[in-house]
Write a protein that binds this ligand. Structure first.
Ligand code: LMR
Length: 343
């Protein structure tokens, strides 16, 4: 008479065999499919409109895909800095990004820099109308680069900072000002008499603190979360430019997703975009209040006459940049934003 199997095999082995059979029957346990991971890398703090939008996207995707998709958000240039992150996206090392529209030049897509033309947008509505028309057209230019544009996220108007008051155009003379990689922003700083310096966002605080650059433009939510206002004695509310992001995805990855998961990504993009765009203005206002309350920088708002002085100095940039972004692109932007040349 042979002994029963259970007396011959160690208990632990029997247990794992039983678990494996159960797993086979239910499709669970060791045989469950690992989720598809979307790495979303960005350069700002989690507590910003973009950071919060990315977090909302993650929550929506994971809930709607019932765990079949996992979104890993990497803020604060943890994975990649500005230029590297676009290369990483093309290589598929990350699947999604949300760079500012001022950062597509190194990729060979210069037209997005039209969004950097000084004083192009009179308000958020003018900006949004331009992304929904011209912006959507420009997304097509990313496809040959292996990138698909999903949505535009707004982050409001640029202000300026330095260690001296910036009220008049003459105040910029000789100042080294950090800019994003856009050639339009380069031309803008030169038209003001400053010396533009392209620099990754992650290096900004240190560059200001050590005096490698004298000042910068940016939005309050970034000034506040990066603490740059602590090392800039003066801040000017000028609203001369606009900051916005393109939420983008590696095209091969997106096209390769099962159709139902692609639909989850699409619907989550839509709702996260509504959310990010809804909070941007308030988040920036609150950041501005906190910067003022800190007492570390003197905040000055340009008078209408000073705004006009800046506009007149900067309008040459629109003409000069026709060669860079294209006359037709500028005309489309004018039409969509309702821009009229100042007198
Ligand atoms: C900057 O580099 O100043 C911004 O593009 C950072 C950001 O993503 O808001």
């Amino acid at each position: 008479m042979s002994a029963p199997l259970s007396t011959l095999l160690p208990r632990r082995l029997l247990l794992s065999a039983a678990l494996a059979v159960a797993g086979l029957a239910t499709g669970a346990g060791a045989f469950a499919q690992a989720p598809i991971v979307i790495k979303l890398s960005h350069v700002v703090a989690p507590d910003t409109p973009k950071g919060k939008g990315a977090q909302r996207f993650k929550e929506l995707v994971e809930e709607r895909s019932k765990g079949r998709l996992k979104v890993e958000v990497y803020p604060n240039s943890q994975l990649y800095k500005d230029k590297e992150e676009l290369e990483a996206l093309q290589l598929g090392s990350v699947q999604m990004l949300a760079p500012s529209l001022a950062k597509f030049g190194p990729l060979g897509v210069k037209e997005f820099e039209v969004f950097d033309l000084p004083f192009l947008f009179k308000d958020d509505a003018a900006f949004r109308n331009t992304t929904q028309t011209l912006g959507m057209e420009l997304f097509k230019k990313l496809e040959p680069k292996g990138i698909k544009g999903l949505a535009f996220w707004d982050n409001g108007f640029h202000i300026m900072s330095a260690n001296k008051p910036l009220h008049h155009v003459a105040d910029f003379k000789g100042l080294k000002m950090r800019i994003q990689s856009s050639k339009v922003l380069d031309a803008q700083m030169r038209a003001l008499g400053a010396i533009p310096q392209v620099m990754a966002f992650s290096e900004l605080y240190q560059a200001l603190q050590s005096g490698v650059v004298d000042g910068t433009e940016g939005v309050p939510s970034n000034f506040y979360t990066q603490k740059t206002y602590e090392v800039q004695k003066h801040t000017t509310v000028s609203n001369h430019g606009h900051l916005a992001y393109a939420l983008i995805i590696n095209k091969k990855f997106y096209d390769g997703l099962p159709a139902d998961l692609r639909a989850v990504v699409d619907s989550s993009v839509k709702d996260a975009t509504t959310y990010a765009n809804a909070i941007a203005a308030t988040e920036n206002q609150q950041a501005m209040e906190k910067i003022k309350a800190s007492g570390k920088t003197t905040v000055y708002t340009l008078t209408p006459a000073e705004v006009n002085e800046w506009k007149l100095a900067l309008m040459s940039v629109h003409k000069d940049m026709e060669g860079r972004v294209g006359k037709a692109t500028i005309e489309s932007a004018y039409k969509a934003s309702g821009f009229v040349l100042p007198k």
